[in-house]
Write a protein that binds this ligand. Structure first.
Ligand SMILES: [Zn+2]
Ligand SMILES: [Zn+2]
Length: 121
């Protein structure tokens, strides 16, 4: 066999291995990208769902507005601390009523009105 056959064979086998490596890397990259895309679309869907959901009618006392009566008094039961340890951490609780007075005054926005300018002329 002529010497250049060996050169060709080494070149072919080396080149073949290189090509296989490239294909393998390309396949792995495509797989990763697909996973990334899936993850991105999932996050997007979650964000959309969160944006479309109407805000929960929850009071500042963290209880649902349905727990408040017409006067705004919250009727939810809460744990009221009755004893504290030396580091002011409550150690005993008693069942009590949430003392929240839901804000029932006028809405600030409804107080905005246009001045009547006709009398100024
Ligand atoms: Zn409340
Ligand atoms: Zn409450």
């Amino acid at each position: 066999m002529e010497w250049y056959w060996w050169v060709l064979i080494i070149f072919w086998t080396g080149g073949f291995g290189w090509a296989v490596d490239n294909v393998r890397t390309a396949l792995r990259n495509r797989h990763d990208r697909k996973l990334e895309l899936l993850e991105a679309s999932r996050q997007e869907r979650l964000a959309l769902e969160a944006a479309n959901r109407p805000p929960e009618p929850v009071c500042g006392c963290t209880h649902h507005l349905a727990k408040h009566d017409k006067q705004g008094k919250c009727h939810e039961r809460v744990e009221v601390p009755t004893a504290w340890d030396e580091s002011k951490k409550p150690v005993r609780f008693e069942s009590g009523q949430c003392n929240c007075q839901q804000y029932v005054g006028p809405q600030p926005l409804s107080q905005v009105y246009a001045e009547d300018l006709t009398d100024l002329a």
